[in-house]
Ligand binder design. Structure first.
Ligand SMILES: Cc1ncc(COP(=O)(O)O)c(C=O)c1O
Length: 232
């Protein structure tokens, strides 16, 4: 397993801090948003005698609330489709493990979030990168370049929208092109939408709004990048 390239930098930052150097952590996706007091209070004052196992799909009320949150953003989702994991990382790993077999391939526009490499390795699958270009702001590479990479082992396309690290937000027409491709080639679409609340030019169109592919789209999201102050 490769170590996380992001975490690799942590000891250097710690050493620099010890020497009194001011460090700006541009390497880790840690939003500087205060955790809502109501949440911290609920944790501190939880009146539980035994911290019990819960439903392995997640607490029902949380799944229902999340479904309502996604529906309010125009997504077609039922609470029964929502599974709770320990963050986005575990969700990506579980999605790979659930949908793919050892040796399968997924096509991923690069540059991409470096930890995908470790998750793919843990699941025994291969990432086939397609380079996006700085000259057009890292837009979706032409669909023909995806088609060229498709082999009998290709089982899915993986996108990150908004993209980490490029910040690129896929347009509706790009998402529709991906939708048509996954339908035509019988592929899964894994969509990491962790950063949807960090879009500054209107709403990000989720893959869960795409018609006709609900049975093959896995959307991954995480509380670690949510601005909970924006919701009620
Ligand atoms: C694009 C992207 N996806 C997934 C994750 C992992 O999310 P989590 O920290 O909830 O495991 C991160 C974390 O930085 C990320 O940047």
């Amino acid at each position: 397993m490769p170590s996380s390239p992001i975490r690799k930098l942590a000891p250097f930052a710690d050493a620099a801090k010890k020497e009194g150097v001011q460090v700006y952590h541009l390497n880790i996706g840690q939003p500087d948003i205060e955790t809502p007091h109501i949440m911290m209070e609920a944790v501190q004052h939880a009146n539980l005698k035994v911290l019990e196992y819960t439903d392995s799909r997640g607490i029902l009320s949380l799944r229902k609330k999340l479904a309502a949150y996604y529906i309010s953003k125009g997504m077609d989702v039922n609470y029964e489709d929502v599974l709770i994991t320990i963050g986005g990382s575990e969700a990506i790993l579980f999605a790979f493990m659930a949908c793919l077999d050892e040796g399968d391939e997924i096509i991923v526009p690069e540059p991409f979030y470096a930890n995908y490499i470790g998750f793919a390795m843990a699941a025994g699958i291969h990432i086939i990168p397609i380079t996006s270009s700085i000259t057009n702001g890292f837009a979706l590479p032409p669909i023909a370049s995806f088609q060229e990479k498709i082999t009998p082992r290709t089982k899915g396309i993986f996108i990150c929208n908004p993209n980490n690290p490029t910040g690129y937000v896929y347009s509706e027409s790009e998402l529709l092109q991906i939708r048509d491709l996954i339908k035509e080639k019988d592929l899964y679409l894994f969509s990491d939408e962790a950063y949807t609340e960090f879009s500054y030019e209107g709403n990000v169109k989720s893959t869960l709004t795409l018609q006709g592919v609900a049975d093959r789209v896995i959307m991954i999201d995480t509380f670690s990048k949510k601005n909970l102050h924006k919701q009620d």
